[in-house]
Structures are given as C-alpha cells and as structure tokens.
Design a protein around this ligand. Structure first.
Ligand code: NAD
Ligand code: TYD
Length: 338
C-alpha cells in the first residue's frame, strides 16, 4: 500500500536533506512537502528531486488550516507527519519574537489539529536541545532535564513541544518529540555559524565571533540527524522524547579557526564583536536513549564531515551566491507558478 510522509518545512536546511534521504532510502513511499517559502525556504535545494513522481510540493503556511488541508489532500494512503517548519534563527528572534510565536506555536497547533482530524499514523515533531537552556562547564541534557529556554526562539520551540505533549496526553495523539543539537552540512542558510563563516572567509570578509568565542555547541552532521528522524518515524514510541546528538562539542572559536585553516585563510579575518544578548554558554546532548532504544548511531565524524561540508559550499558557489543575492527567491515563480 502507498504510504505518504507529509514533511513541513521541507525547503529549509534540514527538511530538504530529509526529503532527499526519504526519496533515496524509501522509494516506495510518497513525500509531500508543505512549505511557506519564507526567506529560509529554498526550492533550489530540491531541484534534483522535483521531477520525481514520488515527490510533491505544496506551497502553503502551517498557520492556515486550509493550506494544511490542501497538503493532506495531496497525500495517498496512510499518512505520517514530520514537522520541521519553523522560524529557526536565534538572532532574528532577538530582533522580533512575534514571527516565532506565529510559526512555531500557532503553526504547530494548527498542524496538530489538522493531523488529528486526518488520523495520522504518527507525528514527529523536530525540536531542539535549546529548550533545555544553557549548561555550565560539565553535564549534558537528558530527556528529563527541566525545560528552561532562554531566547524567544527556544521559548517558542518549548511551547510547541508542550502542545505536542498535550495532544498525546489529552487525545492519545501519536506525537513524538526529537531534540537535536546544532546541525551542519549542505544547504544550510548562510546566517548560521558554519555556512556564514565559510561564505565570509571565501570572500576574504571578516568573521564575526560573538563575545569571547568560547560558547560551546554540540555539532551533528545533518545526514546523521535525518537518519535519527527516520528511525524515530519508523520505530519510535508515541508520547516519547528522544534527544539526538553526536558527543561532538567545540567552542565557536575552534570551529572558526578550523574553517580558516581548511580554506587556507588568515586568522586576521576573525573579528570579535559584541555578544548576543542572553547567549547560551554551552549545549551538550546525552543521546543514550535513542542509541539504546532505536539502535541509532551517528556515522559521520566531524574531522571528515566538516572539511566535506566546506568542500560542498565551495563546489556550490553558485547556490551560495544566489542565496546571498536573494536570486533564489525567483526559483519558485519560474519553476512552479507558470
Ligand atoms: P530553516 O530555517 O532552514 O528552514 C525552515 C523551513 O520552514 C523553511 O523552508 C521555511 O520556508 C519553512 N517555514 C517557516 N515558517 C513556515 C510556515 N509558517 N509554514 C510553512 N513553512 C514554514 O530551519 P532548519 O535549520 O532546517 O530547522 C528545521 C527544524 O529543525 C526547525 O524546527 C528547528 O527548530 C529544528 N532544529 C534545527 C537545528 C539546526 O541546527 N538547524 C537543530 C535542532 C533542531
Ligand atoms: P547559530 O548558528 O546561530 O546557532 P545557535 O545559536 O542556534 O546555537 O550560532 C552558533 C554559535 O555561534 C552560537 O554560540 C552563536 C555563535 N555565532 C557567532 O559567534 N557569530 C555569528 O555570526 C553567528 C551567526 C553565530
């Protein structure tokens, strides 16, 4: 029987990697991608699969029930939802929190209501380790760590997690929450640390490092995250939370130095700038539950996957240039809206 995965936010960084993984690894399934194409949505990420008959794109907003209903109407057979769509950049949430509450909180509730009415098989809610707040020098986030978000972004993601939890407890809705650490890899919008630093260094522009550069993030290659999501989709237990991470902590300054040395650029490009307000000091994930219960393991070692990522951005200089210039936004009109 045909089975459909409704992916929200599939034109973004992780969503577009996930759509490609699904079409590659589960060719019998159908994939419907519902995306509003905000600044972060880029259909050029999916140009390689747009002619695949197992793939369909629906342009729409998760905050609009009619748009979500249109996406469900494009699905065949039993449906499962993997929910990526969100406003995702902390710095933007500091500028203005409202778009985050709208997309992440309101949008998730609309999607939950429509998904419940449609009796979906399961609903994987893609969340973040940032809901746990900030760590000191030691310790890791487990699934039992109290939620203590510090930015408007992470607060809105926490609210959406609680709505998924409430749907499970109130309605027996088959929601599952994943909380992953920072991702890196192909198709990441160059406002986030790693692609921004690669892009700036390639053009001999300054690399803005916030504060003392000693904030620590726990980096995971995007394909490892996507494989974890597939494992959760297929074998995860409804009502559960799964942390996802690769035991791969680095201070920001080390990442920036690694990028510079890989590109053969001088450290004089580093510019220490005013710190981000409320900047979380350290994130680190205890992913033992997903390893134990679902047998997931990360496959990509940072020492190889970071240079591979840098090479990807070098080989896709046109993609990067079109994102930086805004030209990528014309793609939808040219390819779809004829
Ligand atoms: P992204 O910003 O690259 O992409 C977000 C996508 O969602 C875009 O395609 C955008 O057009 C779409 N979107 C936004 N609002 C929408 C709406 N109202 N309706 C429909 N589509 C909408 O984000 P990302 O980095 O790929 O992150 C995807 C998800 O994973 C997010 O929920 C984020 O919180 C979570 N996450 C990200 C990371 C990371 O390191 N990037 C880590 C852990 C969890
Ligand atoms: P980011 O990629 O925005 O992810 P998040 O804030 O969700 O972890 O930032 C990663 C780290 O890099 C974070 O500690 C902030 C820092 N950072 C800089 O130092 N300079 C920058 O220009 C950016 C975008 C981030």
């Amino acid at each position: 029987m045909k089975r459909t995965i409704l992916v929200t936010g599939g034109a973004g960084f992780i969503g577009s990697n996930f759509v490609q993984l699904l079409l590659r690894e589960r060719p019998a399934w159908q994939v419907v991608n519902l995306d509003a194409l905000t600044y972060a949505g880029n259909l050029e990420n999916l140009s390689a699969v747009e002619a695949n008959p197992a793939y369909a794109f629906v342009h729409g907003d998760i905050c609009e029930a009619a748009d979500v209903a249109r996406a469900f109407a494009a699905c065949r057979g039993p449906v499962a939802v993997v929910h990526f769509a969100a406003e995702s950049h902390v710095d933007r949430s500091i500028e203005s929190g409202l778009p985050f509450v709208r997309a992440n909180v309101l949008g998730t509730q609309v999607l939950l209501d429509e998904s419940r009415a449609r009796q979906v098989e399961r609903f994987v809610h893609v969340s973040t380790d940032e809901v746990y707040g900030s760590l000191g020098a030691s310790g890791k986030f487990s699934e039992e760590t109290p939620l203590a978000p510090n930015s408007p972004y992470s607060a809105s993601k926490t609210a959406s997690d609680l709505l998924v939890r409430a749907a499970f407890h109130t309605h027996g809705f088959p929601g599952i929450i994943t909380r992953c650490s920072n991702n890196y890899g192909p198709y990441q919008f160059p406002e986030k640390l790693i692609p921004l630093m690669i892009a700036n260094a390639s053009e001999d522009r300054e690399l803005p490092v916030y504060g003392d550069g000693q904030n620590v993030r726990d980096w995971l290659y995007v394909e490892d995250h996507c494989e974890a999501l597939l494992a959760v989709l297929e074998r995860g237990r409804a009502g559960e939370v799964y942390n996802v991470g690769g035991d791969n902590e680095y201070p920001n300054l080390s990442i920036v130095r690694l990028i510079l040395s890989t590109l053969g650029k001088p450290e004089t490009l580093i510019r220490f700038v005013k710190d981000r307000p409320g900047h979380d000091r350290r994130y680190a994930i205890d992913a033992s539950k997903i390893r134990r219960e679902l047998g997931w393991e990360p496959r990509f070692r940072f020492e190889l996957a970071l240079p591979r990522t840098i090479q990807w951005y070098q080989a896709h200089a046109v993609w990067l240039q079109r994102v930086r210039s805004g030209a990528y936004r014309e793609y939808y009109a040219r390819q779809y809206a004829r």
